[in-house]
Design a protein around this ligand. Structure first.
Ligand code: SAM
Length: 273
């Protein structure tokens, strides 16, 4: 079990309660409890522009769970590198994966001090499973790849699933592609990439206004077309059903009744040949 160099107390000192943060807005909107008034105000302003935001974010969280369950159950993946983990929200990625593969190892990565402050709840796996939390920034991939946690928990002779769920819309192009490649490059053949990220294709006016709410708070928000998201998977083999809105990816009963206009997220899973 590893927890970064900082204590929870030091992480708490770094939390900026004056500005809204993506992890905390998301936590508020999906119904969590680890956020501040400034995040409530941001989330409410966004939902006033687009009431379906809550459906969209919850469907994103469910996509993450279905994607990693698929990878663990059907593809036998036992190692996960999760970038942009967010605040703990049960079931977390390791809980879903370790139900299928109790010996799975998960390295969680986020750059928000509030996630570090709550990381204890991500480090609950029982042996033989392992989880670690790394306080690092996706825009500095070497800080991830060179970290002792990455090297200790992930065996690069075995497949690794790189999960980049609801974070790429905070990374502006053109850096996005190179950053993703840098993280994917060291992973062996038979590894996987799972991505979800924002699009405006299905409710353009409403989602543009939500994007403006993020930007007006100093949070970059990039929405991409299906073709632009598809480009992240170049050279990889998409798993069926390919790139879809997240509620259309291997749906279960929890997706019944959800319409395309309610979901602003595209998602896919692909294998590295
Ligand atoms: C919307 S949340 C998604 C949480 C989780 N992956 C999910 O989909 O349920 C996005 C997370 O990405 C994190 N994040 C944003 N930019 C980041 C960066 N450059 N490096 C690491 N994490 C980042 C935020 O702090 C936040 O916790």
């Amino acid at each position: 079990m590893t927890h970064g160099e900082q204590t929870d107390g030091q992480a708490r000192d770094r939390i900026d309660t004056k500005r809204a943060h993506p992890a905390r807005i998301y936590d508020y909107v999906i119904g969590g409890k680890d956020h501040y008034q400034v995040d409530v105000d941001a989330g409410e302003a966004m939902m006033a522009e687009w009431p379906s935001l809550r459906v969209s974010m919850r469907q994103n969280r469910l996509f993450m769970q279905r994607a990693v369950r698929y990878l663990a159950r059907e593809e036998g993946v036992r190692q996960f590198l999760d970038i942009g983990t967010g605040l703990p929200t049960s079931p977390n990625l390791h809980e879903v994966v370790q139900r299928e593969r109790p010996d799975a190892s998960i390295v969680y990565v986020d750059n928000d001090p509030i996630v570090l402050a709550h990381a204890e709840a991500l480090l609950t796996s029982a042996p033989p499973g392992r989880t670690a939390y790394l306080d690092a920034d996706m825009r500095e991939p070497e800080s991830i790849l060179e970290s002792p946690m990455f090297k200790e928990l992930l065996d690069l002779k075995q497949p690794v699933a790189l999960t980049v769920i609801a974070i790429l819309h905070f990374i502006r192009p053109p850096a996005d592609h190179a950053l993703l490649r840098r993280l994917l490059d060291p992973l062996p053949s038979g590894s996987f990439l799972a991505v979800s990220t924002a699009t405006e294709e299905f409710a353009p006016a409403e989602i543009r206004r939500v994007r403006e709410q993020y930007e007006s708070r100093g949070i970059p928000m990039v929405s991409r077309t299906t073709a632009e998201v598809g480009a992240f998977f170049e050279g990889l083999e998409l798993v069926a059903p390919g790139l879809t809105q997240v509620h259309r990816w291997r749906p279960t009963e929890a997706q019944a009744g959800v319409t395309n206009e309610q979901v602003a997220m595209l998602g896919a899973v692909a294998r590295k040949p």
